[in-house]
Ligand binder design. Structure first.
Ligand code: SF4
Length: 391
């Protein structure tokens, strides 16, 4: 056992019913028949093998957060989710945060009733950790989901309501703006839905298309509705921030909004530079100055874990300047103060004063903070602040 204590774990589940047109996450379409379930069960065995080898190398006495992402972890269903979680349950407590990324089409009664009471954890027979459900809505408007090439057609509002009716007390929703054809009136409709449903947390991302996705190809070839321009997207973003704040959400990260006490602790751990481990193909881990990424190859992963002890990985040594840039970038997104000493290796000091004059950053007590005004354009502010910009 070596290195700093690790308290945060990400587990990748690289299966989806079908592939959505805008998606560049590492995931494989598997459908939902019997062979898919066999494949998922075998995958869980491989994950457990990776965990056994990884846990033996790091000080993981307790998990503060566990995040099941994908892909579609909810596609596993209650039985396989319980099987997947079994080796982690003794490391969790009632105060841990367990998040399960969930697609609306997977939310049947069985799933909702599995998530609502939380999962049995720790040594005490009655100790349970709540499950935080992160629901991939993307849009409440079916034509916009179609514009995204969402392969599944389930109604996200019905899924949300089913989760609430079952008793799920911590439900986050993911939304996207900048969808081809999306208008200001659509943003207003999405905001009204959020107000009516009252989720605990909202992640509302700008559509950022990888050039290798089918949606990007079709936009390039002019088959779809024209892309929105940057100014319109910026105005939509301002509308979203104001709208959610009017409903009592706190804007605590560029794309994330939470009701009091409902911030995503796992993501905050990333943003604060805490060490974390990731399991499964394409999963990333960072401990100290070492970052590694499992190769995005599910078949290779399964074969490697059959042989043991670890999958093929790409390792990276983060330099002092790399880590300083990352600290500054993540603090900027959260509007959190960051020590000038800590970010000095990455900072272009000459850029600070003009940005402060423009009200985009503030300096106080040896720290730099990207202001609320600066957070709207956090990437651009970082480009100015970085000594050698390449974001
Ligand atoms: S369900 Fe999510 S992870 Fe799966 S293909 Fe669609 S966007 Fe990607």
């Amino acid at each position: 056992m070596s290195g700093p204590a690790v308290r945060h774990l990400y587990v990748h589940v690289p299966f989806c019913r079908a592939k959505c047109d805008y998606c560049d996450f590492y995931s494989l379409p598997v459908g939902d028949d019997g062979s898919a379930r066999r494949r998922m069960a075998e995958y869980i065995e491989a994950l457990h093998a990776e965990w056994a080898a990884t846990a033996a190398r790091y000080d993981v006495q307790h998990l503060h957060t566990l995040y099941l992402g994908g892909g579609s972890p909810s596609l596993l269903g209650p039985e396989l989710l319980d099987r997947l979680l079994a080796p982690f349950a003794p490391l969790l407590s009632a105060r841990s945060e367990v998040t399960v990324e969930t697609n609306p089409e997977d939310v049947d009664d069985a799933f909702a009733l599995w998530a609502a009471p939380g999962i049995a954890v720790g040594a005490a027979a009655d100790s349970r950790c709540p499950v935080r459900v992160s629901l991939g809505v993307q849009s409440f408007i079916s034509s916009l989901r179609a514009a995204l090439g969402r392969a599944a057609a389930a109604d996200p509002e019905a899924a949300f309501t089913r989760l609430r009716m079952a008793g799920c007390e911590n439900v986050s929703i993911d939304l996207i703006y900048g969808i081809p054809g999306q208008t200001f009136a659509d943003i207003a409709r999405e905001l009204i839905k959020v107000a009516l449903l009252a989720p605990d947390h909202v992640s509302w991302y700008e559509l950022d298309l990888d050039h290798a996705t089918p949606l990007a190809w079709s936009l390039d070839s002019g088959d779809r509705i024209d892309d929105d321009d940057d100014e319109e997207r910026a105005a939509m973003y301002v509308r979203i921030v104001h709208g959610l704040e009017d409903f009592g959400f706190r804007w605590y990260e560029v794309s994330n909004f939470a009701q009091p006490g409902k911030r995503a602790r796992h993501n905050i751990a990333y943003w604060r530079g805490r060490p974390y481990l990731g399991l499964g193909p394409a999963a990333v881990s960072t401990v100290g100055a070492t970052r590694w990424r499992n190769r995005p190859d599910a078949a290779g992963y399964a074969a490697a874990m059959h042989e043991g002890p670890e999958p093929e990985r790409d390792y990276e040594r983060l330099s002092v300047a790399d880590r300083a840039r990352e600290r500054l970038f993540l603090a900027a997104r959260m509007g959190a103060p960051v020590s000038l000493t800590l970010i000095a290796p990455a900072l272009d000091e000459a850029a600070v004063e003009p940005l402060a004059q423009a009200g985009l950053v503030s300096l106080r007590g040896g720290t730099l903070t990207v202001t609320r005004k600066g957070r709207y354009v956090a990437n651009a502010v970082c480009v100015r602040l970085f000594r050698d910009s390449c974001i």
